[in-house]
Design a binder for this molecule. Structure first.
Ligand code: FAD
Length: 343
């Protein structure tokens, strides 16, 4: 028989917003389990840009994606959240008022008083270039994200694309790679103008290569690339010697199972919430971070943090209906400081 895991709150998504909501709930004595499809904690920050700097987290003039996740994990340590990774939440069933059974694709069942959906853009998938046989190289010499810059040291790297990711990684990897080639369909870029300028200056100085065309074939063995065949607009084809390829063709965000949970949606893709409580159209189910929508919504990490704080206030009313909640500062409340283990 399936063992039922009981908790006050089940958080769907271990991105920055899901992580910070553990903190806000913890301050109010509400325990949380966190589930994520990915095999790592940190959502987009850890998966898409772990080594890139973020400049608009209040109080941190600069922090990398992974640095922010590491700090959030340290901050929520006192509340001992339980993580369940590599699992997708598939089903939410209401069994009480409010009480839910939530099921993962691995068959676990959670019995939770509340559900907090912090699922970002849903499950995000890189758009793949239509190159025959590319799967054989994926995860070895073809990657859709840079997890560790060191993996590209002294490599001949082909970066394909014309958006911010392609340009940013061209500039970041150029100093440590053996040679970086940026390949785009045409001589027009969607990326930030200052990045495009920097890239053009490097190419003009012979520090990297800038080429136009499309990859139409790959060469290599056992997952290791040795070359790419490029076709130019004129129809001319040639071979580039490379051992790593990074195609940046954008991401498809799939809402996935969230769309079947009976919640009111905005444009069929984002969950509508009240801006007072961040509760959805279903009492006891909240949505915070990139997954939600309300007039004026900004998909910023700092907005998600605010949403988590207000969500926790309403969550307290459900979890402790008989307890009055008094507003307290962490700076001056000895009760909060005890929970944080600093007193
Ligand atoms: P996410 O980080 O998307 O995390 C959601 C998690 O939920 C994911 O890990 C996903 O796997 C999981 N999930 C989804 N569905 C399920 C399911 N059914 N079951 C289990 N798990 C599920 N924001 C800023 O404020 N400043 C910046 O400078 C900035 N720079 C950025 C640069 C780039 C390149 C990108 C891509 C984004 C940037 N952002 C920035 C946006 C920021 O990363 C997002 O706003 C933030 O990650 C949203 O956090 P989240 O926790 O809501 O969602």
């Amino acid at each position: 028989m399936t063992e039922i895991i009981k908790t006050d709150v089940l958080i769907v998504g271990a991105g920055p917003v899901g992580l910070f909501s553990v903190f806000e709930l913890g301050l109010l004595d509400i325990k949380a389990h966190v589930v994520d499809i990915l095999d790592k904690i940190g959502g987009q920050c850890a998966e898409l840009y772990p080594e890139k700097p973020i400049y608009d987290i209040p109080g941190f003039p600069l922090v990398t994606g992974q640095g922010l996740v590491d700090n959030l994990l340290k901050q929520i340590e006192p509340f001992s959240p339980v993580f369940h990774l590599s699992r997708m939440i598939e089903k939410i069933e209401r069994i009480g008022d409010p009480l839910f059974h939530v099921t993962t694709d691995a068959g676990e069942v959670f019995e939770t008083k509340l559900v907090v959906i912090a699922a970002g853009g849903g499950s995000f998938q890189p758009k793949k270039p239509p190159i025959e046989g590319i799967e054989a190289y994926e995860g070895k010499s073809v990657s859709y994200a840079v997890r560790q810059m060191e993996a590209f040291r002294d490599r001949s790297v082909l970066i394909v694309g014309g958006g911010d990711s392609a340009l940013d990684w061209t500039l970041n990897l150029q100093p440590l790679a053996k040679r970086v080639t940026l390949l785009h369909r045409r001589d027009a870029f969607r990326a930030a103008p200052h990045s495009v300028e920097k890239m053009r200056a490097l190419a003009a100085a012979g520090e990297m290569d800038l080429k136009f065309g499309q990859v139409v074939g790959l060469e290599g063995a056992e997952g290791e690339l040795s070359g790419a065949v490029v076709r130019e607009d004129s129809g001319n084809t040639y071979r580039l010697s490379i051992d790593r390829m990074l195609p940046f063709f954008g991401l498809t965000m799939k809402l996935g199972p969230v769309s079947s949970w009976g919640l009111d949606l905005h444009n069929d893709e984002l969950v509508l919430v009240s801006t007072e409580t961040f509760e959805t159209s279903q009492p006891g189910i909240f949505a915070i971070g990139d997954i939600n929508w309300y007039p004026g919504k900004l998909k910023l990490i700092l907005s998600g943090f605010h949403e988590g704080a207000l969500m926790a206030q309403k969550a307290h009313r459900y979890v402790y209906p008989d307890k009055r909640l008094t507003f307290q500062y962490t700076t001056s409340s000895s009760s909060l400081q005890k929970k944080l283990g600093v007193l």
